[in-house]
Design a protein around this ligand. Structure first.
Ligand code: AMP
Ligand code: GLY
Length: 419
């Protein structure tokens, strides 16, 4: 099967790595891809979030399945353009991708589906939002539109709440509407369901590390590392998330005429009164996907194809034993203003058993240089979380670029919870 994979990050390198192992893959095109995907398939220069350009490329190359990595192409309507051409696409149409594109819309659907989430209010002007936030004290302020994981501020007191509303209000279009939300406490877990519009299968629960600093300090990022399976959700509790969160969301989206095909990512807070949804994403998580692909014990391609064609068979997925850990190596200045252009060294020396997925990386004159905030995710699998973590950090010890920083505590919460 000829596949076009859209995106250029670590998630896409990991998806390409897994797809490349499929005996059913005949050719993999990555648009635009990165130097990591170039080793596994053919990179093609396409603007991934330009629906007509993508559809024209897919038609011309006689692609049989398009897999969409990032949210921007989905929100731009790439899946709609492909549907019009009759080309199967793993990734929701624009109307379904709104679950990620608009937090206010996601809340509306959750209410209709009876899915547990934080209490919230939507505001369109800063002064009313500020008055409400200060009155509440502890609060979470979220920009309504897409903000690359950076449009959320957790404010523990009234002063922080005031500053957060002002900061989000000043963010431009994404900040024009904001959602003010009850501050929830508990372990955070990412549950990703592969969906065919009606049915789903669940990937094992993963835990991301959103804050830039060790011990979960500093500003939010796109994610500084992940591991799976996260021990906080037992297999039974995971199945319940499927029944109480994923299934009702799929049912409501179908009823609304926008069936969800693709990866439905539920960001959950495991509160004392049960799991509550913090956010939905309409795609695979990054860096969760990097560890999930190590942990998935079966061919990814037929699963994605079944979702795209609306023929998924609900069942438990085959998984590798043990656990996987992935550590993001970030550029100096990330998440604010990452510095680019630093030469990356030591990637050839990554030991067998570990994998470095490339993200913000560019090839120039035969060398790899940094070209984004999150540069690499170094991943390893082990018989348990300890071994996976030790292998991942051992692999990192040989990699260098100027200003490189990473968290040394990826997996620590999971280790504390494991007897
Ligand atoms: P989101 O993009 O909505 O997932 O928010 C990014 C991060 O902010 C989440 O991963 C949480 O760490 C935090 N967060 C979001 N909403 C809440 C909430 N209601 N209570 C506590 N933390 C939250
Ligand atoms: N790792 C969080 C996300 O992909 O949104």
């Amino acid at each position: 099967m000829k596949v076009l994979l859209l995106g250029a990050g670590g998630r896409e390198h990991a998806l390409a790595w897994k797809l490349a192992q499929s005996p059913r893959l005949s050719k993999l095109l990555c648009g635009p891809g990165n130097p990591g995907t170039a080793r596994l398939g053919t990179n093609v220069p396409v603007k991934a979030d330009a629906p007509r350009e993508v559809a024209a490329l897919a038609r011309q190359e006689q692609v049989e399945l398009v897999v969409v990595g990032p949210e921007a192409p989905l929100v731009a309507g790439v899946a709609d353009a492909l549907a019009a051409e009759g080309i199967p696409c793993f990734g929701p149409v624009e109307a379904a991708a709104r679950l990620e594109g608009s937090k206010a819309f996601a809340k509306e659907v959750m209410a209709e589906a009876g899915v547990p989430t934080a209490d919230f209010q939507v505001f369109t002007d800063v002064p009313s939002a500020e008055a409400y936030a200060v009155a509440q004290g502890r609060i979470v302020v979220k920009a309504d539109g897409l903000a690359a994981g950076k449009g959320v501020i957790v404010a523990p007191d009234a002063e922080a709440a005031r500053a957060a509303v002002r900061a989000v209000g000043a963010m431009g279009t994404a900040g024009q509407r904001m959602v003010l939300e009850e501050l929830l406490e508990g372990e955070e877990v990412s549950v990703i369901a592969l969906c065919d519009g009606e049915r789903y299968v669940l990937l094992p629960p993963a835990q991301d590390h959103k804050r830039v600093g060790e011990g979960d300090t500093g500003p939010n990022t796109g994610g500084m590392g992940a591991y799976c399976p996260a021990p906080f959700l037992t297999p039974e509790a995971l199945a319940q998330v499927g029944e109480r969160v994923i299934a009702p969301m799929l049912a409501v989206m179908r009823r609304r005429g926008a069936p969800f095909k693709g990866a439905l990512y539920a960001g959950l807070m495991l509160t004392r009164s049960g799991p509550k949804v913090l956010e939905f994403n309409a795609r695979f998580g990054d860096p969760e996907t990097q560890v999930l692909m190590l942990q998935l014990g079966e061919d990814l391609l037929p699963l994605l194809e079944a979702c795209a064609r609306g023929r998924l068979e609900p069942r438990a997925l085959a998984l590798e034993p043990g656990a996987s850990v992935g550590v993001v190596l970030a550029a100096e200045g990330y998440p604010d203003t990452p510095r680019r252009g630093q030469r990356i060294e030591g990637l050839d020396a990554v030991p067998a058993g570990a994998t470095a997925f490339l993200a913000g990386v560019e090839a120039k004159e035969g060398r790899l240089i940094t070209a984004g905030g999150r540069v690499l995710t170094v991943c390893a699998r082990g018989k348990d979380l300890v071994e996976a973590r030790d292998r991942a950090y051992a692999a990192i010890s040989g990699i260098r670029f100027e200003g490189m920083h990473f968290r040394r505590d990826i997996g620590a919460r999971g280790l504390r919870a494991t007897p």
